[in-house]
Design a protein around this ligand. Structure first.
Ligand code: DAH
Length: 349
């Protein structure tokens, strides 16, 4: 009886196993033979009703049927899957020979680039790059820098006050010196530079901007002298403008340094011969600096009998203008890409 059923299924299988190019037809066949109520599945569950003598042979025959179906199914499935994939690949091909839309290239912000160059020089000498607030207290911007209220030195920096006489937009990055020393809690060495925005109530013209960037520097340690400052300035400007650039000090006056100096470099345009950029002097003034005033050290928790230091500050725009021959400081704050991306194309392509 059971053998008869096997032969019936076998016959049906022989008829059914014809090539098809339809995955649905193939799947229907799978359900018909191997599904839950499939013909081969049913035969399989018959095994338990077969007498012991016939069990082995019956089992083998059912397995043969299953294998025959499975082989057919696998072969067809692979073939149809492959055909399907090829069809998709064909319809989805991308024509890479089409020309693309041209995307305009950006250029590094020139001011940012100069600041980064300065940072690298000082980082290589063990300095930290630090930040300070742009909205500052009068105490840090002036008083602790030895510029008390009512002092005429305040007039030179026409300041934006925000609240009364106490809160202002910093007019220089020098307050970061004070903040750094207070944080240092009397420990040495202190080596920091601070690039940042500063604000003054100036009328904007080719060389003035009510907002500009300064880079402040401070070093405090034992036995620091003016010659350390000179060496540091030498390194900075040789690295920025080339080894033939020289620096010189001229006496100057700042409330928070004693002695104070202006740092000049040989003119980057005429290399010292004299031209209209250096007003025929051969030199350009680029930095204000000096030895940190004993009062400033003391107010910030450093004993001037024990420690000494130098400080300096300069405008980043002025440096960038000299380096890239930019005539108008307002160029940096102009958002016209045709102008601001024109200075330096070396990073392109
Ligand atoms: N803060 C000064 C200015 O804005 C520049 C300056 C001069 C900074 C001397 C210093 C310094 O640290 O020692 O004009």
């Amino acid at each position: 009886m059971e053998n008869k059923r096997i032969n019936e299924v076998k016959e049906m299988l022989q008829k059914d196993l014809v090539e098809t190019d339809d995955l649905k037809v193939l799947d229907d066949l799978r359900v018909k033979y191997l599904g839950k109520k499939g013909l081969i599945t049913e035969l399989n569950s018959e095994i338990k009703n077969v007498s012991n003598e016939e069990k082995k042979e019956f089992g083998m025959k059912v397995n043969e049927l299953r294998k025959e179906f499975q082989d057919f199914y696998d072969k067809m499935k692979n073939k149809l899957d492959e055909e399907e994939l090829n069809k998709r690949l064909e319809s989805e091909t991308i024509d890479i020979s089409l020309s693309s839309t041209k995307v305009p290239l950006g250029a590094p912000n020139i001011l940012e680039k100069v600041i980064e160059e300065v940072e690298e020089v000082f980082l290589s000498m063990g300095y930290d790059v630090v930040d300070g607030p742009e909205i500052e207290e009068d105490k840090y911007n002036f008083e602790m820098l030895n510029i008390p209220k009512g002092h005429p030195a305040r007039d030179a920096q026409d300041t934006f006050y925000i609240e009364g006489e106490e809160i202002l937009l910093r007019s220089q990055t020098s307050p970061v010196q004070v903040r750094t020393m207070l944080k240092g809690k009397g420990e040495v060495p202190i080596r920091m530079i601070c690039p940042g925005k500063t604000y003054r109530r100036d009328d904007d013209d080719a060389s003035h901007s009510h907002q500009f960037m300064q880079i402040e520097g401070l070093l405090v340690d034992k036995d620091i002298s003016l010659s350390d400052l000179k060496g540091t300035m030498d390194i900075l400007f040789k690295r920025l403008f080339g080894n033939d650039v020289e620096t010189r000090f001229r006496p100057s006056y700042y409330q928070f340094t004693e002695p104070s100096v202006e740092v000049d470099i040989t003119c980057v345009n005429c290399h010292g011969k004299g031209c209209n950029i250096c007003k025929n002097t051969g030199w350009l003034t680029v930095v204000g600096a000096g030895m940190v005033h004993p009062n400033v050290l003391r107010m910030s928790g450093y004993d001037p009998e024990k420690w000494s230091g130098f400080a300096f500050g300069f405008g980043a725009e002025r440096l960038a203008m000299l380096k890239y021959d930019i005539k108008d400081i307002r160029t940096f704050y102009n958002t016209d890409l045709r102008e601001t991306s024109n200075f330096d194309r070396e990073d392109e392509e």
